[in-house]
Design a protein around this ligand. Structure first.
Ligand code: PLP
Length: 356
């Protein structure tokens, strides 16, 4: 008898994390509002478990190929993972990472809790060399907002040879475009606030791992630290995750079209796109001033931070003091949503045309 083929991600996104198909069961796991459970079972208390978290975790875990632990935010997930670094341990990380991650690494380093070695994640040999004696290698691919790509499989193999734990923040790629655990990473981190939930209406995070001992340590960090998601947000995040494959396909096609239409515009020095995903970075000629003008001259594109929603948003990243000074002052990060590509292009091009 032949075994059934592995389900495609589009099918997993829709079918995982559902109640059993038996009469009168709801199709979706309801929002479980509970601080306490009748004693004698596995849950006991609301900080230790919730069926609405589990439904979300089962689905994201199945997509990433591991066991998922959800958190109150992406940065809470980051914090729980960095808690795995032993006191005084070394973390290797790219300078071009989400600012909140860099701030958290620098904060811990300033308190003497760990040491950070910043690297250029595109220089595979240098990153692997920096892993010598390091407890953890942390990176994003594509990086935020430079959109550089890392060679995850090579980095994971090299870091592993040094006994270094490999963590990939997969927020930009999502499990539909990259599956770092299959490439040898130990842990995947998500800001589920972004494309995973996809509607700019909640803040949530997750970590996925294959090693049971690591998963148990993360569950322990969540229970002790208390950075738990709300049941309602977990429900909404799963509702968003169900449509990630179609949202991603559509927004990605629009992103590609925008890249084609914007490349060569005289107001732009550069259009950066890693070849997949919904994030495009443009570098406005003349730096901060024209870039700040650009983000105020559109009607569809919303000037806002964050990304991955159904609505298109953009912002100049260096408006944040913590952004790396190696990011061009005029770099504007676009998060492409689900509006019609012609409307998005027209709105952006008229704003670019209006710049001196
Ligand atoms: N990782 C990346 C790549 C991000 O862009 C962000 C937030 O912007 C985070 C992590 C942090 O996630 P959250 O804002 O959900 O705490």
């Amino acid at each position: 008898m032949s075994s059934s083929p592995a389900l495609r991600p589009e099918t997993v996104a829709v079918t995982a994390g559902r109640p059993a198909h038996v009469p009168d069961q709801p199709l979706n796991t309801p929002v479980h509002l509970a601080s306490t459970y009748v004693a004698g079972g596995e849950l006991e208390y609301g900080r230790y478990g919730n069926a609405s978290w589990t439904a979300f975790e089962d689905t994201l875990g199945a997509l990433e190929g591991g066991r998922c632990v959800s958190f109150a935010s992406g940065i809470a997930a980051t914090s729980a993972v960095l808690d795995l670094v032993p006191a005084g341990g070394v973390v290797v990380a790219p300078r071009h990472s989400y600012t909140g991650t860099v701030l958290q690494l620098d904060d811990r380093a300033a308190e003497g809790r760990l040491e950070v070695r910043y690297v250029d994640v595109t220089d595979t040999a240098a990153v692997i060399a920096a892993c010598e004696g390091a407890a953890m290698l942390w990176f994003e691919s594509p990086t935020n907002p430079a959109l550089e790509l890392a060679d995850t499989a090579a980095l994971a193999a090299g870091a592993r040879a040094h006994g270094t734990l490999v963590v990939v923040d997969n927020t930009f790629a999502t499990p539909l475009r990259r599956r770092p655990l299959a490439d040898g990473a130990d842990l995947v981190v998500h800001s589920a606030t972004k494309g995973i939930s996809g509607h700019s209406d909640l803040v949530m995070g997750a970590v996925v791992a294959t090693d049971d001992a690591l998963v148990e340590r993360l569950v322990g960090r969540r229970s002790l630290g208390g950075a738990i998601p709300s049941a309602f947000e977990a429900f909404l995040a799963l509702r968003g995750l169900r449509t990630l494959p179609v949202r991603l396909d559509r927004a990605e096609a629009t992103a590609r079209e925008l890249v084609d239409r914007l490349t060569g515009h005289p107001a732009l020095e550069e259009v950066r796109y890693p070849g997949f995903g919904t994030i495009v970075s443009i570098v406005v000629r003349g730096g901060a001033e024209p870039a700040d003008a650009l983000v105020l001259r559109t009607s569809l594109w919303i000037h806002a931070t964050s990304l991955g929603g159904v609505e298109s948003t953009f912002e100049r990243r260096r408006r944040w003091a913590a952004e790396a000074d190696t990011i061009p002052a005029g770099l504007v990060r676009l998060s492409v949503g689900l509006e019609h590509p012609d409307d998005l292009a027209a709105d952006l091009v008229q704003a670019l045309d209006s710049l001196d």
